[in-house]
Design a protein around this ligand. Structure first.
Ligand code: BGC
Length: 642
């Protein structure tokens, strides 16, 4: 579809979603049980339910304040912990769950949360890539597979799906979302909720509660800087930001996570208008709200709350029900209630919501129902799960260009040079949100292509992408100096009929805290591409990336470009099947690709302006002086092999 036509889809009226009074349904039996339980709870035990601790692994934020493992165990015993995150595996979950159930006064089970973003152990493509499939059934299935593996590992609740609309590819977290369009974003959000939660009865021990995040406007942070302030008007809030959340709630979503940003000056974790007025009252959301990591405490650093007491009070009054690793609720809220400074009703509302989800998950009926070592072994990494993520991976690939029918590759008699260190990487294709998975477990593009044995495949790395192997916690350092492999790569290109170059970003270059100010191919890759092009222009460029890149040179010169994102565990098999024409790629871009960084933020659904076209043949119309104002590749772009 041409960009021009897409403008017809622009919708600009302030929608009514924020004003519709709705209610998620309550189960009267569960409500009665909650009444009975809450009548026995002390204020300490109630606030304890609102406290979540991290396990003892990698962290995405400031170091945990919950204390040492021993202190955390002690607090669980005292009934001062309602939930844990990043505890995983049947054995480990059982160990903490047993303390809560067997050693606390009331035996209230913990709810165990984890970031299951695009799979647990068996990884699907990154969420942005999945969105490129526009295939809601496949996306739902992918979330179902993720839920089954996470649940089999003892996890009850995922911090996903992420549904932040963003039009700014500089922001690293666009890889976690569904792109720039709130309508598509809403459809995908609901599909993912269905995939995680099933029919919302949780009768199956392989479904888990889902979380819509990050509420709200995280994708509109100034300058695409992580953890930044968002200044947005009501039109953007209602028409762009909120629709996916509303759609997820209508699908029966059980939890919502606040965002790190402020919205028009108010930190999201303390934003009563968003959390209480819109989410809980107008939309009738009856699950619970969890803060993002330490974001209640961060309200102090924002300059919004003067100290911990003020942060605790603002957050609970606004409607943040659970404190993720902020260490704020237990030490401060109990006293604030005892001193009459925070009304008991806010605590009761939060605790009721948290207990409700625990009851719904069946944790009170059998706190160990997710804990079955046999099931854990059978389900995680099963053949069926591998097949499902392969299907999703193939559906996520977008063919951006295919001049002279250079693709599909011929099945025999073709000499192929495969270049670029990403081609052999078994790590980068896993993306950056894979904390339940193991490093180096993806099928590489090299391994995928090697399965087509009747062709001469010559793999030459040519260029090492990064200086060292990146990790979840460190900055990716691209190789900007070492060109020693170029000559060997040129020789291979010269001898080849077709050159397949796998270039792009390392998987750890996108995701949280990975904002980039330059979206060109990082490091020496552009130079590498141009050098090879001089030797043999018959190039198929396979892109691995977590966001739109600025690839204007390649778009003009390179005959075939395949957008292969980071496709997860089955990456190499999916890419090989597409390159060889065994699968006709049908993905469509969920986000516009800019011509250059200056066009960002860019999206199809923008205002038309009073001077959209150049009617009078002079400069006084809405345009750029130095580049066409359309994107390089528009939202929804799709071509096919045959
Ligand atoms: C992220 C969340 C994530 C949480 C727990 C935060 O840094 O923003 O998306 O769920 O960490 O890992």
């Amino acid at each position: 579809m041409k960009f021009k036509n897409l403008l017809a889809l622009t919708f600009l009226s302030v929608s009514t979603i924020a004003f519709v009074n709705a209610q998620q349904k309550l189960n009267p039996e569960i409500e009665k049980k909650i009444d009975v339980l809450m009548s026995k709870m002390t204020i300490d035990e109630k606030v304890g339910q609102m406290n979540q601790y991290n396990g003892f692994w990698d962290v995405t934020g400031p170091a945990p304040v919950g204390g040492t493992a021993e202190q955390k165990y002690e607090n669980i015993k005292k009934g001062l912990v309602g939930s844990m995150l990043t505890v995983r595996g049947v054995k480990e979950v059982k160990a903490v769950q047993k303390i809560a159930v067997e050693q606390t006064r009331l035996g209230i089970p913990l709810i165990i949360g984890f970031d299951v973003i695009h799979g647990y152990k068996t990884l699907s493509p990154i969420p942005l890539a999945e969105a490129a499939s526009w295939d809601l059934k496949a996306i739902e299935k992918s979330a179902e597979v993720a839920a089954s593996e996470a649940a089999a590992s003892g996890i009850n609740w995922t911090f996903g799906p992420m549904m932040d609309i963003s039009r700014d590819a500089r922001w690293g977290r666009v890889m976690e979302g569904a792109g720039e369009d709130p309508y598509l974003g809403g459809k995908i959000a609901a599909a993912r909720v269905r995939g995680f939660q099933g029919d919302n009865t949780f009768k199956s021990p392989l479904r888990i509660a889902a979380t819509a995040k990050h509420f709200a406007a995280y994708g509109f942070g100034g300058s695409a800087l992580e953890y930044n302030a968002a200044e947005i008007g009501t039109n953007t809030l209602y028409n762009q930001v909120l629709p996916p959340f509303k759609s997820a709630i209508d699908a029966g979503l059980r939890s919502v996570m606040t965002s790190f940003n402020t919205i028009n000056g108010v930190p999201a974790s303390g934003d009563k208008y968003l959390l209480r007025d819109i989410l809980k009252n107008k939309w009738g959301f009856n699950g619970f709200v969890i803060s993002d990591w330490a974001s209640i405490r961060e309200m102090i650093f924002w300059g919004y709350s003067k100290d911990e007491n003020a942060a605790a009070k603002s957050a609970v009054e606004a409607g943040t029900d659970m404190d993720m690793e902020g260490g704020i609720y237990v030490p401060y809220l109990i006293d604030l209630v005892k001193q009459g400074k925070v009304k008991q009703e806010f605590i009761d509302d939060a605790v009721r919501r948290i207990l409700r989800v625990k009851y719904e998950l069946g944790l009170f009926d059998d706190p160990y129902r997710f804990l079955d070592e046999k099931r854990e072994k059978e389900i995680i990494g099963s053949k069926a799960n591998r097949e499902a993520v392969l299907d999703m991976a193939k559906k996520s690939i977008v063919l951006l260009k295919n001049d002279n029918n250079i693709l599909p590759l011929k099945k025999s008699g073709q000499k192929i040079a495969l270049l670029g260190s990403l081609a052999e990487s078994k790590n980068s294709p896993l993306g950056s949100w894979r904390i339940g998975s193991d490093n180096n477990t993806a099928v590489s593009v090299l391994e995928g292509l090697q399965q087509y044995k009747d062709n001469a495949l010559n793999y030459v790395k040519g260029l090492e992408l990064t200086k060292t192997e990146p990790t979840f916690l460190t900055e990716v350092e691209y190789n900007t100096t070492d060109k020693t492999g170029f000559e060997e790569a040129k020789k291979a290109a010269k001898e080849a009929d077709v050159v397949v170059m796998v270039l792009g970003e390392h998987g750890f270059s996108s995701g949280e805290a990975r904002t980039r100010t330059n979206l060109d191919l990082p490091g020496l890759q552009q130079e590498f591409l141009e050098e090879i092009y001089k030797i043999n222009p018959n190039i198929v460029l396979v892109l691995n990336n977590g966001r739109p890149l600025t690839i204007s040179w390649a778009a003009e010169k390179i005959p075939a470009i395949v957008e292969a994102w980071q496709l997860g565990t089955e990456t190499g098999n999916a890419v090989a099947q597409v390159l060889y024409g065994d699968y006709n790629p049908s993905g469509k871009l969920p986000m516009s690709f800019p011509r250059n960084i200056g066009q960002v933020p860019i999206s199809y659904n923008h205002y038309s302006t009073g001077r959209f076209t150049n009617k009078d043949n002079n400069v006084f119309w809405s345009h750029y002086s130095d580049v066409d104002k359309t994107p390089l590749y528009p939202f929804c772009l799709r071509i096919e092999l045959y």
